[in-house]
Design a protein around this ligand. Structure first.
Ligand code: AMP
Length: 484
């Protein structure tokens, strides 16, 4: 296990993840395994579950996929209990290792508590420095651990402490927390990352995506609202809005890429959204061609939309090997390059002698596009036209999607013509930001009050990246005042 000697030098504390929580069934951990398995696409590096029988806590965390870690009866036997929470951790280019695997568990004055987080806090380093100065000893390099220390230094019952702690943090968070008696789900005031509430018999469930409810046969009750904190205990369900109301800014990239197509987020089908983006893309970027080919998997529904709108036949001209993780999982550039070849193969018969439209969701560093264009040309395509179902990714995400620093983003360094040349395509077209919003059912993007967080495309960041700016923030001052 590699440890960073000085976590303050590590600016890579962000995570994109899946969370799940359930209370009110004797098979809580088994349900959690299934819920995490359905959300494996949100994080494949590590996974963990904490369960409780109302008396003791049981913890199992490990590197690896859900099926590998929890597919062993001897592990599941140790996780009995009527409530559990779980987490899938996404690989980032930052430090990985067991000490960063969630859920985090800690013992407090009020008893034990486990916590799992999806998102990224933008003032975690600033708060951490202050907490360390005051004597906190951190166990991990995750931003999430800051919440644990803020809970420890707050006063009152757990829900009050949580409100105090979360008023001090800035950023994107969907959280599930577990105590002996309570399961708590919270979403940040902007609602950047998803969180749904479900029900199965007497049990309540929280999950990042609705597919985690489908797999266990639970019904979706509703999305947890931005800024909402829901507590589930023996008295039933209680909802509070303890934070200042803010404009909702759900991450539009969840629809473009991150979520599973069979998920419904914020009452919108991800598949439907992707298909409609493909239609917009076809209207905005038409080209004469013989076949529309998705780069699987995320490009598939959009390619269906593109093909239907353009009248050009759809074919699976590229086949994906499902036993390789997402390209980004690979830790180095060299392996990332290899990853694309490991993952995709040209279906030559449908490519040879054809003018091909390739549909993918995004160009980040350009690695995937370049490799695939080359592969399709090698398979005999006469023309290759790349179509992308998002606007150019020109800005980093500070809210939990693992985009690289700006200088590594192809669109931050080059215009579309240059990008086209770099990836070796005959033409390159992106959906416009308004086209993307139209596909989401909006008339256009409201410039004053954008309906979504689209910072990776527009640079319009709804939440300050406190840790990137020097100087003390208002929340740091608040923390200092609280200890006086
Ligand atoms: P790149 O190869 O660097 O241009 O990255 C683009 C490819 O990575 C696309 O095929 C996407 O499907 C995928 N992708 C985009 N964003 C992410 C992300 N945040 N995490 C993992 N994969 C991504």
């Amino acid at each position: 296990m590699m440890l960073t000697t000085n976590p303050f030098d590590d600016d890579k504390l962000h995570e994109e993840c899946a969370i799940f929580g359930i209370r009110g069934t004797k098979d809580a951990a088994a349900h959690t395994v299934l819920g995490l398995h359905a959300q494996q696409h949100r994080g494949q590096e590590a996974t963990g579950i904490v369960s409780t029988d109302g008396d003791e806590f049981k913890v199992h965390r490990a590197m690896g996929h859900v099926g590998d870690v929890f597919g062993k009866p001897q592990v599941m036997e140790t996780l009995e209990g009527i409530a559990a929470i779980g987490h899938n951790r996404y690989s980032t280019t930052g430090e990985s290792g067991l000490r960063n695997v969630q859920p985090i568990y800690a013992d407090f004055e009020f008893g034990g508590l486990a916590l799992a987080h999806n998102g990224n806090l933008t003032n975690a380093l600033q708060l951490r420095k202050e907490l360390v100065h005051r004597g906190s000893i951190f166990q991990s390099t995750t931003d999430t651990e800051v919440i644990v220390h803020l809970l420890a230094t707050s006063r009152g019952p757990v829900t009050e402490r949580l409100i105090t702690a979360l008023r001090l943090v800035e950023g994107a968070y969907s959280l599930v927390l577990l105590t002996k008696r309570k399961l708590i789900g919270v979403r940040d005031p902007r609602g950047v990352r998803p969180l749904v509430l479900g029900k199965l018999g007497d049990a309540y469930i929280f999950a990042s995506e609705s597919v985690a409810l489908d797999i266990i046969g639970a019904e979706k009750v509703r999305d947890v609202e931005p800024g909402e904190m829901i507590t589930i205990d023996e008295n039933g369900i209680n909802s509070q809005f303890p934070f200042n109301r803010q404009e909702k800014r759900f991450c539009i990239f969840e629809y473009v890429y991150f979520a599973r197509p069979d998920s419904v987020l914020e009452n919108k089908s991800v598949y439907e959204a992707r298909k409609r983006i493909g239609e917009e893309l076809a209207r905005e970027n038409p080209v004469e061609a013989d076949v529309v080919v998705p780069i699987p998997d995320s490009g598939v529904p959009s390619a269906v939309g593109y093909a239907q709108e353009s009248g050009i036949p759809f074919e699976y001209g590229i086949i994906r090997n499902h036993y390789v993780g997402r390209t980004f999982i690979e830790p180095t550039d060299e392996i990332r390059h290899l990853g694309v070849k490991l993952k995709h193969n040209a279906n030559r018969h449908y490519i040879e002698g054809k003018r091909v439209i390739l549909v993918d969701d995004s160009i980040v560093r350009g690695t995937t596009s370049r490799k695939i264009v080359e592969m399709v040309r090698e398979a005999g395509a006469t023309e290759v036209h790349m179509r992308i179902t998002s606007p150019p990714t020109a800005h980093s995400c500070y809210y939990g999607v693992d985009t690289p620093e700006r200088q590594s983003l192809l669109a931050a360094q080059h215009n579309i013509k240059e990008m086209c040349k770099l990836i070796g395509a005959d033409s390159l077209g992106f959906v416009s930001i308004d086209g993307l919003y139209r596909a989401m059912g909006e008339a256009n993007r409201d410039k004053e009050h954008p309906q979504y967080c689209d910072a990776c495309f527009t640079g319009d960041y709804p939440i300050e990246n406190v840790d990137a700016n020097s100087g003390d923030s208002a929340k740091l001052t608040l923390l200092r005042e609280q200890v006086r």
